[in-house]
Design a protein around this ligand. Sequence first.
Ligand SMILES: [Ca+2]
Length: 385
Amino acid sequence: MELAAYRKWASPWELRNCWPRLGLASVPYKSWEPLRGGRPEDMEPSRVTGVLGPAGQLLLLLCIQTLAVKAVDTCPEVKLVGLEGSDKLSILQGCPGLPGAAGPKGDAGVNGERGVPGAPGAPGKAGPPGPKGDRGERGERGDKGEPGSRQFCDTAPRTCKELLTRGHFLSGWYTIHLPDCRPLSVLCDMETDGGGWTVFQRRSDGSVDFFRDWATYKQGFGSQLGEFWLGNDNVHTLTAQALQTEGPVLSPHGLSAPGTNELRVDLVDFEGNHQFAKYASFRVAGEAEKYKLVLGAFVGGSAGDSLTYHNDQPFSTKDQDNDSNSENCAERYQGGWWYSSCHSSSLNGLYLRGSHETYANGVNWKSGKGYNYSYKVSEMKMRPV
Ligand SMILES: [Ca+2]
């Protein structure tokens, strides 16, 4: 049977609904493309049957019959409309066609407006540390720092003589540095005999008690404003310092550091008369040797020599009798000194203000004004030679 015979029941459009049932969807489009516009509903039936073969034609026939039956069940609907009671117009209302194919997809709509940002969420937990960054560029050079202690110590003044060399011409208290870098305040006499003297003992007004024990003489006592004892440890350190650099060696800062200190004793009585005594060298041993006095030759002075007698004698105080007398010389003459048996000088004795009746317990210098005259001013000072 020719397929075309059924076109009176089925429109080409209805016929198209049979194609999927016949598996025609798998028929290559190009096999019917050459027909008008290539649309399935316009397909030439003969061409279709040629494509389908005998079995396909039978299936197509059954499909079209089904379509026809469905159409009969529901369509057409005949309506008789009367026109002014005479003529009758019969209107055969055809069946509604099957839904057309879906139209082409419309253009995309305009994007909606951006929504209002939502509230910020709770902070998340910190992630694991990231990998180490690359090394940064080298920073600029920093400001110059404070001098290092060691370097500063190497260039700091060690003695009053050094201070004088550096232009400190006024007598007074200065800070010098010991070999172990410890700072020490000392009274520098920058006027007497060329200056540069480090004063380690001074009496001037009786304001300070010199009848002290071993420990006090060891550490020093008194006041920068008047009378004082610099301390046996300090005097030892200052004189040992010179000993360590014995000979014309050069210190780190290029100044000559002679190995010996000379000693000068200055005395002033209450009439204003000055006397002095000078010794070529002076050293005080350490505490292990009881701060023994190591004195060089007397080299002159109006006061005469009243100290050589004490050379090589240990220091004694009221609580430490190191003298060679059966008695306690320090106790008896009320001072701390290098007593032997007992003394020819005792500049740490009682401040008795000039002449005194008591025997040898004042600020005495035997070769000067004897055992019964206590000087107004006494100064013991050292200077590197
Ligand atoms: Ca004794």
